[in-house]
Design a protein around this ligand. Structure first.
Ligand SMILES: Nc1ncnc2c1ncn2[C@@H]1O[C@H](COP(=O)(O)OP(=O)(O)OP(=O)(O)O)[C@@H](O)[C@H]1O
Ligand SMILES: [Mg+2]
Length: 345
């Protein structure tokens, strides 16, 4: 029997597992339900997500990843163990070979925590790490091995990462803790302030996906019905929210995303920048699906922008495919000394 070879995208919002030869075999929210009393895990993934905002006080529903990094080590490990076991089979004694993604801007300590959690959760030692933008580019079928500049911008739940890649290496990059989750917060805040209505994170996300846009379309300004609790009467109430209102609420965060892209373009050596202008920027991650975000970035940077074909799955796929060239990938990771310099970002 051979070891399974899997790529894992351990995201703030979603965990995906790609198995070589089979494709994406698991795609679930990064959510765990535990008992308040003794931290026993009672549900993971889809099942736990269904409990958000609906569970009794004796149960806690946790998202163990925050801003693209591990916020709760033990719960992350338990979640990974559950997912890896589901993919590999409970009675399979052969540990899988694992390539797992880490954001580029994280510290050595944060990176090590991901490796340790994967190994403790059942991955064969050593578990391999890959910078997320590199995995995204491989998964989006960009020829990252060539001596050409390629730019990827990944907008996930917790983080936006922009990077220019050439010859399997990251030439310039930047990352900020502003992405889908912050967009949801901004929408909830806006609805609270403007309409005195309290809504939960899931409702805010639904509004974003239903009518959110990075550039308003004033001629055809769609409306969503939003249900929540009135801040004054305390009773349930439904209001109408316009897409342009959501755009307005997202304004500050969108400009942070745009600034991040611009900073990376500014750091990129001229030859590579000219390749990026020729080929365009590729958007990945769920946040890349926000309506007209590609247009906004194109408008603000002057560089063409395309959304990857499968923006939500390309990182897991790229991580799985990268198992074919482990040595080159490991060279792309910063050394321990280099990551000390970036510590604390
Ligand atoms: N159609 C859509 N429009 C806007 N946002 C979307 C859409 N679909 C998904 N999203 C958002 O994408 C985010 C999840 O994306 P993704 O799965 O790439 O994140 P992640 O990899 O888990 O997070 P990170 O990479 O930051 O750790 C969520 O915030 C979700 O609301
Ligand atoms: Mg991600």
């Amino acid at each position: 029997m051979f070891a399974k070879r899997i790529g894992i995208d351990l995201g703030t919002a979603n965990v995906l597992v790609y198995e070589r030869g089979r494709g994406v075999v698991l795609d679930e929210p990064a959510v765990v339900a535990i008992t308040e009393r003794d931290n026993t895990v009672i549900a993971v993934g889809d099942e736990a997500r269904g409990m958000i905002g609906r569970h009794p006080g004796s149960i806690q529903v946790i998202r163990p990843m925050r801003d693209g990094v591990i916020a709760d080590y033990l719960i992350t490990e338990a979640m990974l163990r559950y997912f890896i076991t589901r993919v590999v089979g409970r009675f399979n004694p052969i540990r899988p070979e694992v390539m797992i993604c880490v954001p580029v801007g994280v510290t050595g300590v944060e990176r090590r925590a991901v490796r340790d959690a994967a190994e403790a959760a059942g991955a064969r030692r050593p578990a391999h790490l890959i910078p997320e933008p590199l995995a995204a580019a491989i998964g989006a079928e960009i020829p990252v091995g060539s001596a050409r500049g390629h730019m990827v911008v990944d907008i996930g739940g917790g983080r936006t990462e922009a990077a220019v890649i050439s010859m399997f290496g990251i030439v310039a990059s930047d990352s900020v803790r502003v992405a889908g989750d912050r967009f949801d917060d901004a929408i909830a805040q806006h609805i609270k302030r403007r309409h005195n209505l309290l809504i939960g994170e899931r409702t805010a996300e639904e509004v974003k996906i239903a009518i959110g846009a990075a550039i308003p379309d004033l001629e055809n300004d769609p409306i969503a019905q939003v249900r929540g609790r009135d801040q004054i009467t305390g009773l349930p109430r439904t209001i109408s929210v316009r897409s342009s209102e959501v755009t307005h609420a997202l304004q500050d965060h969108l400009s942070v995303v745009v600034q991040t892209v611009r900073r990376v373009l500014e750091q990129t050596p001229p030859e590579l920048a000219s390749d990026v202008i020729d080929r365009g920027i590729v958007l990945t991650g769920g946040g890349g699906l926000l309506r007209r975000l590609d247009e906004l970035i194109r408008h603000e940077t002057g560089v063409p922008v395309h959304v990857a074909e499968e923006p939500l799955t390309c990182i897991a796929k790229g991580a799985g495919q990268a198992l074919d060239y482990i040595e080159v990938i490991e060279r792309a990771l910063p050394t321990e000394e280099e990551s000390l310099i970036g510590e604390g970002r």
